[in-house]
Design a protein around this ligand. Structure first.
Ligand code: SAM
Length: 349
């Protein structure tokens, strides 16, 4: 178990500040995504450049600090917690954090503890994740072609990921596959990916590539709107509108032929900000109120300044009062600059 110091004082919170985190647009913040490391064992071409420099370990929040931070949010009404990265399963000792956070599932304060992973370490950790109360996980997988997989991830082995998915399903974890649609790379493969995922009882979500961080190629070479992916899919499948929501940004359809669900995440072509219930914390304790904006709040300083949570809670309140209405990602065609300098691996997907 991660030893927790200075845990939240719920009684104090109850008397001095409202429990729920409500932003200026009356949206309740009930979903926290926490990047537990900026490091990854893959170098996906749309996510990172090949030669990334990572943060010094001393800058990272310790597992105890991550636990305290998550717990502070949970005490304010966050019901869903997603661990991400970088690759969350390469953070040393990560299972101690999962084990410790699972107390919030047991108490009922948290309704879901989940993670987004590239799947490379799942064979090792699937058992423990399940034992600590994780029910569903997202696995990022853009292709089933081993060569293409290697060229997208630069360092990844498709076989490891598939073995990891097998292990996760074997222990009863519900797996959702997330695929980023990449122009000229996997756009013609989404139908096959769908058939494979649904054939194994897994939902599939396709995602538009976002201009986050400098990579080694132009974003325009990668970007394809999901309207085109969808147009291609409807030649092969019947897509039926459904009301299903998971609390995230995906909009789902049911695929009549397979009975499975297909999600679309369209940050570029459709803004889904009106129902945003999410904020993100990086592994250094920086809170981003919107994935698509630069405004952020430092939570590490108030966390470290006091063993009580007053300063931290004050900083969270102040940050949520600045949550913007939404984002507009633009790919800068003239200068080929990213919309935002930080990589997705920093803020977490
Ligand atoms: N390593 C884990 C994984 O692979 O799922 C978690 C972190 S990764 C940054 C989270 C998700 O973000 C992955 O599905 C990845 O494909 C996606 N992603 C990374 N960069 C992206 C970008 N520029 N646009 C859209 N999705 C991106």
């Amino acid at each position: 178990m991660v030893a927790t110091t200075g845990t939240v004082a719920p009684d104090l919170d109850r008397t001095t500040r409202p429990r729920a985190l409500i932003d200026p647009f009356q949206r309740a913040i009930t979903y926290l995504r926490v990047s537990v490391t900026d490091r990854c064992d893959f170098r996906c071409v749309y996510c990172m450049s090949e030669h990334m420099s990572f943060l010094p370990k001393a800058d990272l929040l310790s597992l105890e600090e991550l636990d305290r931070l998550c717990s502070a949010f949970i005490s304010r009404g966050v019901r869903k917690l997603r661990l991400t990265g970088g690759e969350p399963l390469v953070r040393r000792g990560i299972m101690a954090l999962v084990a410790s956070l699972s107390r919030h599932l047991e108490s009922g304060a948290l309704s879901e503890l989940t993670l987004t992973t590239n799947g490379s370490q799942l064979q090792k950790y699937a058992d423990e994740l399940k034992a600590y109360g994780v029910e569903r996980i997202n696995v990022s997988l853009d292709t089933l072609d081993p060569d293409k997989f290697r060229s997208i991830t630069r360092w990844g082995e498709l076989g490891n990921v598939l073995t990891g998915i097998d292990a996760a399903q074997a222990v009863g974890l519900q797996v959702k596959i997330n695929a980023v649609a990449l122009k000229g790379v996997n756009e013609d493969e989404i139908g096959d990916l769908l058939a494979w995922a649904h054939g194994r009882g897994m939902d599939l979500t396709v995602i538009e590539v976002m201009p986050l961080g400098d990579i080694d190629q132009s974003r325009l070479d990668q970007y394809i709107p999901l309207s085109l992916v969808r147009a291609r899919l409807v030649r092969r499948y019947t897509l039926e509108e459904i009301d299903y929501r998971t609390g995230g940004p995906a909009r789902y359809v049911r695929v009549k032929e397979t009975g499975g669900r297909l999600g679309f995440i369209t940050p570029m072509t459709h803004n889904f900000c009106e129902s945003c219930n999410r904020v993100r914390v990086t592994c250094t304790g920086t809170l981003y109120m919107c994935l698509g904006q630069n405004d952020a709040a430092d939570l590490r300083a108030p966390l470290r300044a006091s063993a009580r949570d007053d300063l931290l809670q004050g900083a969270i309140d102040e940050a949520i009062s600045r949550k913007p209405k939404g984002h507009d990602f633009l790919i800068d065609r003239r200068h080929n600059r990213p919309a935002l300098a930080r990589h997705m691996s920093m803020t977490g997907g």
